[in-house]
Write a protein that binds this ligand. Structure first.
Ligand code: SF4
Length: 432
């Protein structure tokens, strides 16, 4: 009989100055969709290193009184709700539980995980879905990143892409650009200034009226194929298992620049270029994929919040393409022998529900797509529910069951958080 002590975190809240307190009586609650619940025992993990705490302006913390079974709101002006942004490689299985007060601002583009406190440490509702450590920088002195950026600028002084990416590394702290400066893992290759989608949570372009800012600026120029090949060759010289990724947070849709990408990759390959060439994309233009494959692109990562038409179009707001084109891209890419990942923008209480699971499992079986990267949907949870709450999602099963059942239905399927390195001629996926 297992005697493992059950973890029952108590509620945490903060004052206006950002000091965090644990509540003496109330238990931590979490939210999946519109449902408030106690955390499931299988979803609580100690708060991962490099995670960030968020103070939620104009929001009251909600906790459970174990004596009465009632949900209690900490309504004092100086008592605010707290959430966490879990460090990369972790998927949040539940959102923070809070009550929004009148006049509260929309929350910026992050994911807001549920957090509690138990026996001296913080616990979060999340799961590590990738053992890869490419976005862990806590042990790397900033100086090493600065030196790496300086060497890149010295080696390729006229390359605008290098100037852009070293700026991203040192100014915005972009993990992909930092890895390029360090000469490790995955090199970012932004190319496009435009996009044919208008995602509600677009991180590179937000209309004034949205009420929250984009988290980074879009690239302001179109690199040449020569500049791209220089960056790829430089990264190959440093990293034994290099990955190169078109489609970064600081750009629009890379398939709108498919001809440029094909020209660059073809040149790189003809010069003996090795490693995994990947395109992170909204997969809106299936017709561009044969030329990309021909040029030497190995994999695509298809970003979507849902594999059902209505919830997808409510979030992506396609402009000149349809949901069916995205599905067609997955089929075409698999038909061409490419490695296909989904960049699934996971939202607890919507993604992990029966109707989404049914559609996703059918798509995986039908297309034999290879991998699902479980990324957190970075959007104010209440805005997400306004957008997606009206669709019929069916009962919620939780992240652990969601993954277990998918794996059981499709044993070939891999899970992770990052683009895997593909062994020449083989499969990839450090994941889970
Ligand atoms: S597909 Fe990417 S660039 Fe385009 S709107 Fe969506 S998040 Fe923005």
């Amino acid at each position: 009989m297992s005697t493992a002590k059950s973890i029952e975190p108590c509620l945490v809240f903060a004052d206006q100055a950002g000091n965090i307190y644990d509540h003496p009586d109330l238990l931590m609650l979490c939210r999946r969709g519109n449902e408030l619940t106690l955390p499931r025992p299988d979803e609580l993990i100690p708060l991962p290193e490099d995670s960030e705490f968020f103070l939620l302006p104009g929001r009251s913390a909600l906790g459970l009184d174990p004596e009465t079974g009632r949900v209690e709101e900490l309504g004092e002006a100086d008592e605010l709700a707290v959430a966490v942004f879990a460090s990369p490689a972790h998927t949040l299985s539940a959102s923070a539980a809070y009550q929004t007060r009148p006049g509260a601002p929309i929350l910026p583009l992050f994911a807001y995980g549920a957090v509690g406190f138990f026996e001296g440490r913080f616990y979060v509702c999340a799961r590590r879905v990738d053992q890869d450590r490419r976005q862990e920088f806590g042990h790397i002195p900033r100086e090493r990143i600065e030196n790496g950026a300086r060497r890149l600028l010295a080696d390729l002084p006229k390359n605008r892409l290098i100037r852009h990416l070293t700026g991203c590394a040192l100014t915005y702290g972009c993990p992909a650009a930092k890895n390029l400066a360090l000469g490790r893992f995955e090199a970012p290759l932004p190319t496009s200034r435009v996009c044919n989608a208008r995602c509600v949570g677009c991180i590179s372009l937000q209309p004034e009226e949205s009420g929250f800012p984009a988290t980074q600026n879009r690239i302001a120029f179109k690199p040449t194929d020569r500049e791209i090949v220089e960056v790829m060759a430089r990264h190959q010289a440093k990293e034994r298992r290099p990955i190169y990724s078109f489609g970064q947070g600081c750009e629009g849709e890379p398939l709108t620049e498919a001809a440029l990408i094909a020209a660059a990759v073809s040149t790189f390959r003809k010069k003996g270029g090795t490693g995994t060439v990947n395109v992170n994309t909204n997969a809106s233009l299936p017709g561009t994929l044969p030329a990309l494959k021909e040029a030497g692109v190995d994999s695509i990562r298809v970003s979507l919040n849902s594999v059902r038409k209505e919830p997808y179009e409510a979030y992506y707001r396609p402009n000149g393409y349809r949901f069916e084109d995205v599905m067609e891209s997955i089929r075409v890419a698999k038909g061409l022998g490419m490695f296909v990942s989904l960049n699934l923008l996971y939202f607890p209480g919507v993604t992990d529900c029966e109707n989404e699971w049914d559609a996703l499992s059918a798509l995986v079986e039908d297309t034999k797509l290879d991998y699902i990267q479980l990324r957190n949907l970075n959007l104010d949870p209440e805005l997400a529910m306004e957008l997606l709450g009206g669709f019929d999602h069916g009962p919620c099963m939780g992240l652990a069951n969601f993954m277990k059942r998918l794996k059981k239905a499709s044993p070939h399927l891999g899970f992770g958080y990052f683009n895997p390195y593909l062994e020449p001629g083989g499969r990839g996926g450090a994941g889970e």
